[in-house]
Design a protein around this ligand. Structure first.
Ligand code: C5P
Length: 232
């Protein structure tokens, strides 16, 4: 399981997304569909990309009362995605309910991954806005352990945290890591970045890569470079 490059298809419309995916003729990359594209195009975008033969990470980050999350996950499971996610801050009860909703009658289900603390939240914001005063690393590890105890498959985290998550939750517990940049590329707005090769070394299971591929002059070559550095 794992070791794959997931392309963050952060496009505003189905048309832009298909124009981008049409460039990939030899391989069918694993793609991430986020809120922007999903809210613009609705569930049909998931069916259409799936029908083209791609694996899909549906990144909708659910966070609500357990019953609502369970029923929403029961809808998402019929979209036949390969991976989806929620906020660990929704609590262990919400995460267990999500697993129940996501599990199909035959016992199969998409991978379910928890978001711990968003990288847009730092220690100061956590203390001021959320009244959480523990060190952020400890909070992230606690969320990861709660996610594991609730039956989830892994967490989204920075590649810098992947090793620590594996130490705390075991090697089998998946780490899905954004914030990946080529050594000779633009960093943009990401604060803490790693190259695909470094992410591989630190033990990330999946890397999520957006602009280094989507904004490249040759996106297919950029994707192949990521795969070569991360998977080979
Ligand atoms: O373009 P870039 O490679 O920065 O895209 C990274 C993707 O991962 C985006 O879809 C972004 O929303 C997502 N992400 C992130 N940091 C997190 C969680 C998700 O960059 N902590």
């Amino acid at each position: 399981m794992g070791k794959d490059v997931i392309i963050a298809c952060d496009f505003a419309s189905a048309q832009q997304t298909f124009e981008f995916l049409d460039k990939f003729t030899d391989r069918k990359p694993f793609v991430k569909i986020g809120m922007e594209l999903f809210y613009a195009e609705g569930p049909q975008i998931v069916r259409d990309i799936k029908a083209r033969g791609h694996k899909i990470f549906l990144d909708l980050k659910l966070h609500d009362i357990p019953n609502t999350v369970k029923k929403s996950m029961a809808v998402l499971r019929n979209l036949d995605v390969d991976m989806t996610n929620l906020h660990a801050a929704g609590t262990g009860r919400m995460m267990s309910a999500a697993i129940e909703g996501l599990t199909r009658e035959d016992g199969s289900r998409p991978l379910l991954i928890a978001v711990t603390q968003l990288t847009s939240t730092d220690q100061q914001i956590m203390e001021q806005d959320l009244l959480i005063e523990k060190p952020i690393d400890e909070v992230v590890m606690h969320y990861a352990k709660t996610a594991k105890a609730s039956g989830l498959d892994g967490v989204v985290c920075s590649p810098l945290e992947a090793g620590k998550v594996h130490d705390a939750c075991g090697k089998e517990f998946l780490t899905v890591t954004p914030g990946v940049r080529f050594a000779d590329g633009e960093v943009g707005d990401q604060k803490r970045v790693m190259t695909p090769e470094q992410a591989k070394q630190i033990g990330s299971d999946y890397i999520v890569v957006g602009r280094p591929i989507t904004a490249a002059l040759n996106p297919v070559a950029a994707y192949e470079r990521c795969v070569k550095e991360f998977c080979d």
